[in-house]
Design a protein around this ligand. Structure first.
Ligand SMILES: Cc1cc2nc3c(=O)[nH]c(=O)nc-3n(C[C@H](O)[C@H](O)[C@H](O)COP(=O)(O)O)c2cc1C
Length: 177
């Protein structure tokens, strides 16, 4: 027996998803961090990823100013810091100071990488689309860096990296099937 959900719940039973921490920087040169569930790779060649960012987010204006972002992937060990960056605005707080996360220069773009994350994709915005109540920024990945030890051959070893998976802001990591 299947039950139809009301409109406001139509997206809720979808699969549990990724969590990333995007770093952005605007004209004032002060970098910010925003936690995002709306992240998706969309092209292999050229390497493109897209993110969904609500226009009211402080980070949205910084991406519009600079046209760049970095996708940093946290492990479950960063659950607390990741959540903080998803409930506080850079308009009000310095998320670097409050979380203790460390900015390190990127190779190709202005927003810094987050040292404590295990991978970093440096992106330049190549397309922008309005999609309902979010903006879809498509970024070309100009450089990707990873921590030593998290790759198994050409793939991420998820059992080593322990990325965060979330559903409705409840956080998990992956285990063997
Ligand atoms: C797990 C999680 C996932 C989130 N995913 C998104 C997202 O995909 N897009 C978005 O615009 N906001 C998302 N948010 C909300 C923003 O991270 C949050 O509003 C943040 O405070 C914005 O920061 P800023 O104002 O400094 O840009 C998410 C928050 C959490 C905790």
């Amino acid at each position: 027996m299947k039950r139809e959900l009301p409109k406001r719940r139509r997206l809720q039973p979808g699969p549990a998803g990724n969590v990333v921490m995007a770093t952005v920087v605007g004209n004032d040169g002060k970098p910010n961090i925003i936690t995002l569930g709306m992240y998706m790779p969309i092209s292999i060649n050229p390497p493109l990823v897209c993110i969904g960012v609500a226009p009211r987010r402080y980070s949205h204006s910084l991406i519009e100013e600079n046209g760049e972002f970095v996708i940093n992937t946290p492990s479950i060990a960063l659950e607390e810091q990741m959540h903080y960056c998803g409930i506080k605005s850079g308009r009000d707080v310095d998320k670097w100071a409050e979380t203790g996360l460390t900015p390190i220069p990127s190779l190709k773009v202005k927003p810094p990488r987050i040292e404590e994350c295990f991978s970093h994709m440096e992106c330049k915005v190549v397309q922008t689309h309005t999609c309902g109540d979010h903006t879809l920024f498509v970024g070309e990945v100009l450089a990707t860096t990873v921590n030593e030890g998290v790759m198994k051959g050409e793939s991420l070893d998820v059992l080593v990296a322990r990325p965060i998976v979330q559903k409705n802001h409840v956080y998990y990591t992956v285990s063997e099937k």
